[in-house]
Design a protein around this ligand. Structure first.
Ligand code: IMP
Length: 431
C-alpha cells in the first residue's frame, strides 16, 4: 500500500482497538518505508499476526516486524516489560520473523516495567473498588508514575553492574519489601539478552528523516484514552495522540508530514469509563459477536456501540488528522438500520437555577459537557445485507454503505483514504 513516502503517524481515534496494527503492517509494505516506530504505551497494546494457522500476538514489538528489510523501533516513550519483550523476541525468532537483530532497535531511554509495577497496578485497581479504571493489569500506570516521579529504571540501566543496579532500585516505593537480590539478578540477565538491541534510537530515526526515508509511527490505544485529552481518569497513562510521536521517539514536530486517523465503523471500549453511544441490546451483541470484539491483551469482552461523530471530530482536532481510515465496515452488513451520533444533548443548570437542554455539536468546545451525562442524538441510515469482503473499490460498495461513509467524511471534513472490509490482510481498499 502506498504511503507516498515521508513520515506518517497512525493514530487511534476512539478507545483503542481500531485495528491500527494491521494498517501499519499494510503501510510498511511500501518500499519507501524503512522504519516502523512505536512511541508510547507498553504491553497493554496487542496486535495479532497470523502465519498460516500459527497466531503471534505482539504487545511491544512494532507491527512492521514481518518485513525483514525494515527496522522496527521501540521508542523512548514506551514502557517495556523486559521479560515479556524477551518472550516476544523468542517467539518471533522461532517463527523466522526476526532474522537479524538489526531488525529491532530498543531505545536506551525507554522505562522498564518491573513485576512490582504489575503488582501495584493490581493493588491500585483493588483499592478503587467500584471506581476502578479496568486497566490491562500490565503495570503501565505505575511505570509511568515512576518515570514522572524521576525514580524509574531505563533500558540503559540494564547494562549497569550489580552495585549500580541495586542503588537504582532504592527510589522505588516497593524497595523495602522487594527481593532485591533476585530483581538485580533478573535485570542483569535481561540486560545480557537485550544488549544487542539497545541503542540511541532517536539518533537512528533522525538520520532516516534526514535521508528522506519513509517512517511509520505506530500509535497504541486511542485519542479518548489519552492521559490529557481522553476521558480522564478512565484513560491510559501516556499521551496516545499524534504529538506524542515526537516526544516518544526523539524528533521535532516539523518532521511529521501526515496523520492517518484510524477509526472503526462503529465504536468499542474495554475497561470502565463513559461511552455515550454504548448499546446494551441485541445490536450491541451483534457487533460484539460479528466483530469478534474481545481484547487482544486481556481477552475481556469489548463494550460495543454506534459511531460517535462528536467524539471523532474531537479526535480529528487533537491529532491533527489529515486522512482517515475506516476499519471493519464489513461487520455492519446485515443490520437493518445504522445510527450515527451527530450531536449530544445535556441538561444544564442556568444562572437562575433552572435546568435546560443544551445541544452539543461536533465543533463545539469539549469542556461544555461531561460525556457521562450526555444523551446521543442520532442520524439514522439504511443498512445493507451484502457481504463486503471481496470489494476492492469504493464505487463497488452498496449504495447504503457509500452513503454512510460519505456522511462521516463530510462531517469530519477529512478524506477517507482507506476502508477495510474483512479480517484478512488483503481485505481493504484505498481511495
Ligand atoms: P492501562 O493502559 O492498562 O493502564 O489501562 C487503562 C485503560 O486503557 C483501560 O480502560 C484499558 O482497558 C485501556 N487500554 C489500555 N490499552 C488498551 C488497548 O490497547 N486497547 C484498548 N484499550 C486499552
Amino acid at each position: 500500500m502506498s504511503n507516498e513516502s515521508g513520515t506518517v503517524v497512525v493514530a487511534g481515534m476512539q478507545y483503542g482497538d481500531e485495528a491500527k496494527g494491521r494498517l501499519v503492517h499494510a503501510l510498511a509494505d511500501d518500499p519507501n518505508v524503512s522504519m516502523i516506530v512505536r512511541f508510547q504505551g507498553g504491553a497493554n497494546a496487542g496486535h495479532t499476526i497470523f502465519m498460516g494457522e500459527k497466531k503471534i500476538v505482539l504487545h511491544l514489538v512494532p507491527s512492521g516486524i514481518p518485513y525483514p528489510d525494515k527496522i522496527c523501533v521501540i521508542g523512548n516513550g514506551m514502557v517495556i516489560d523486559p521479560e515479556r519483550l524477551i518472550n516476544e523476541i523468542k517467539d518471533l525468532q522461532k517463527n523466522d520473523l526476526l532474522i537479524d537483530k538489526k531488525q529491532l532497535r530498543i531505545s536506551n531511554l525507554a522505562h522498564i516495567t518491573l513485576p512490582s509495577h504489575r503488582e501495584r497496578d493490581g493493588k491500585n485497581e483493588k483499592a478503587l473498588g467500584q471506581k476502578k479504571i479496568g486497566t490491562t493489569g500490565r503495570g503501565i500506570g505505575p511505570t509511568y508514575e515512576d518515570k514522572i516521579g524521576r525514580r524509574g529504571l531505563r533500558m540503559q540501566d540494564l547494562l549497569c553492574d550489580a552495585k549500580e543496579l541495586h542503588s537504582k532500585l532504592e527510589g522505588l516505593p516497593e524497595y523495602s519489601w522487594l527481593n532485591r537480590k533476585q530483581t538485580v539478578s533478573d535485570l542483569m540477565e535481561y540486560g545480557r539478552i537485550l544488549k544487542p538491541f539497545i541503542c540511541d534510537t532517536g539518533h537512528l530515526i533522525n538520520l532516516a528523516i534526514r535521508q528522506n526515508k519513509g517512517i511509520v509511527f505506530e500509535g497504541a490505544q486511542g485519542a479518548l484514552l489519552d492521559i490529557d485529552h481522553g476521558t480522564y481518569p478512565f484513560v491510559t497513562s501516556s499521551n496516545t495522540t499524534a504529538g506524542a510521536a515526537c516526544t516518544g521517539s526523539g524528533i521535532g514536530p516539523t518532521a511529521i508530514k501526515k496523520v492517518l486517523g484510524v477509526c472503526k465503523a462503529y465504536t468499542t471500549r474495554v475497561g470502565s469509563g463513559p461511552f455515550p453511544t454504548e448499546l446494551f441490546d441485541d445490536t450491541g451483541l451483534f457487533l460484539r459477536e460479528k466483530g469478534l470484539e474481545k481484547g487482544a491483551t486481556t481477552g475481556r469482552d469489548r463494550r460495543c456501540g454506534w459511531l460517535d461523530l462528536v467524539a471523532l471530530k474531537y479526535a480529528v482536532r487533537v491529532n491533527g488528522v489529515t486522512k482517515l481510515a475506516i476499519t471493519k465496515l464489513d461487520v455492519l452488513s446485515g443490520l437493518k438500520k445504522i445510527q450515527v451520533c451527530k450531536s449530544y444533548k445535556t441538561l444544564k443548570q442556568t444562572n437562575d437555577g433552572k435546568h435546560k437542554f443544551l445541544q452539543i455539536r461536533p465543533d463545539d468546545p469539549f469542556t461544555e459537557f461531561d460525556t457521562k451525562k450526555v444523551t446521543p442524538h442520532y442520524q439514522e441510515f439504511e443498512g445493507w445485507t451484502e457481504n463486503l469482503r471481496h470489494i476492492r473499490k469504493f464505487e463497488d460498495l452498496p449504495k447504503a454503505a457509500r452513503e454512510y461513509l460519505d456522511y462521516i467524511e463530510k462531517h469530519l471534513e477529512v478524506p477517507i483514504t482507506l476502508v477495510s472490509v474483512g479480517p484478512e490482510q488483503n481485505e481493504y481498499f484505498t481511495r
